[in-house]
Design a protein. Structure first.
Length: 318
């Protein structure tokens, strides 16, 4: 949402700047054309020193509300005819006659200059000044339109994102939470199917998978229950022959608690047990996969020896 807003603002800024220069260029062209028309029409009036006719020619600018004043200068730089808009201040001072054709842009004004030519000789100059109210009014209007477009676009984007969250993000988050539960062994957990699209189908397939796991997978609690209720002694060792699990029958037989045996060497419950398993039993297990009925002695917590018959097998990871 923030990225969208920044992108819209950046694009709008470029559009406003472009429109500013385009509109200003259009005003320059219009004012330059007006200056040329006034210059062409006032040639005879200036050549024959007809000030009345020259003022009438300038009065044609009354219809252009943006024109602040216009002046026809003689070749010597004297004001020959003047047109002033009603908005001009009383202390207004005419600028000097410009020396060349062209235009000048200020903060609040635009000037256009055009020489008056008669028989290939410059006999005077037309000077027209326009305000820039049209330009700034246009920019204000354009900025309002851009602001309305941005607001509408952000509103639409917000609605689309909100809908996207309901149809995509929320189902994915729910599926993620259910996945965590399944990973912890809760195969009864099911994800809520909110939509009927591809995500909804994915959620449905996930629920079917958990149902299959629930049927085909034995839970850890179930396995622990079987182990603890075995009448025979059961001990699980890791590759370093360290005790990782013992059942209750073993604890009752040897007089230990599970905390006293877990992570201890097998030597604690079997005399010289580490060497026995590494040099004899492990070799046979690698070759046969299991060993049945080996005579051995358990060591109780009190140091007593108990004769037992061992059967061993490997636990392999997939």
């Amino acid at each position: 949402m923030l990225t969208t807003g920044i992108a819209l603002l950046f694009g709008s800024g470029i559009l406003i700047i472009n429109e500013f220069f385009s509109f200003r260029r259009s005003m320059i062209n219009d004012l330059t054309i007006q200056a040329k028309i006034i210059a062409n029409n006032s040639t005879a009036a200036l050549a024959f020193h007809d000030q009345k006719n020259a003022r009438e020619i300038l009065s044609a600018l009354k219809s252009a509300t943006n024109i602040e004043f216009a002046v026809i200068y003689t070749q010597s730089g004297e004001a020959f005819a003047i047109f002033e808009n009603n908005k001009m201040r009383k202390d207004f001072v005419l600028p000097p006659s410009p020396e060349s054709d062209g235009y000048r842009v200020g903060t609040n004004y635009l000037d256009a200059f055009q020489h008056i030519v008669f028989n290939n000789k410059t006999i005077g100059t037309v000077y027209i000044r326009s305000d820039l109210e049209k330009l700034y009014s246009f920019l204000k209007w354009y900025a309002c339109v851009i602001g309305f477009v941005i607001s509408g676009s952000l509103g639409i984007a917000f609605l689309m994102i909100s809908r996207l969250q309901r149809t995509v993000t929320k189902p994915v988050l729910l599926l993620r939470e259910t996945t965590k539960k399944v990973a912890l062994g809760d195969f009864t957990a099911k994800a809520e199917i909110i939509t009927k699209d591809e995500i909804g189908q994915l959620t449905s397939d996930f629920n079917k998978m958990t149902e299959s796991l629930q049927v085909t997978t034995v839970s850890k609690d179930y396995v622990d229950s079987i182990i603890n209720n075995l009448m025979d002694s059961l001990v699980v060792l890791d590759q370093d022959y360290t005790i990782q699990k013992v059942n209750q029958s073993t604890l009752n037989l040897l007089g230990y608690t599970s905390r006293e045996l877990l992570d201890q060497s097998v030597d604690v419950i079997c005399e010289n047990g580490r060497n026995l398993f590494r040099e004899t039993i492990a070799v046979e297990l690698e070759r046969k996969g299991r060993i049945i009925n080996i005579e051995q002695f358990y060591l109780t917590k009190r140091g007593e020896k108990i004769s037992v018959i061992l059967s061993c097998s490997l636990i392999l990871n997939d």
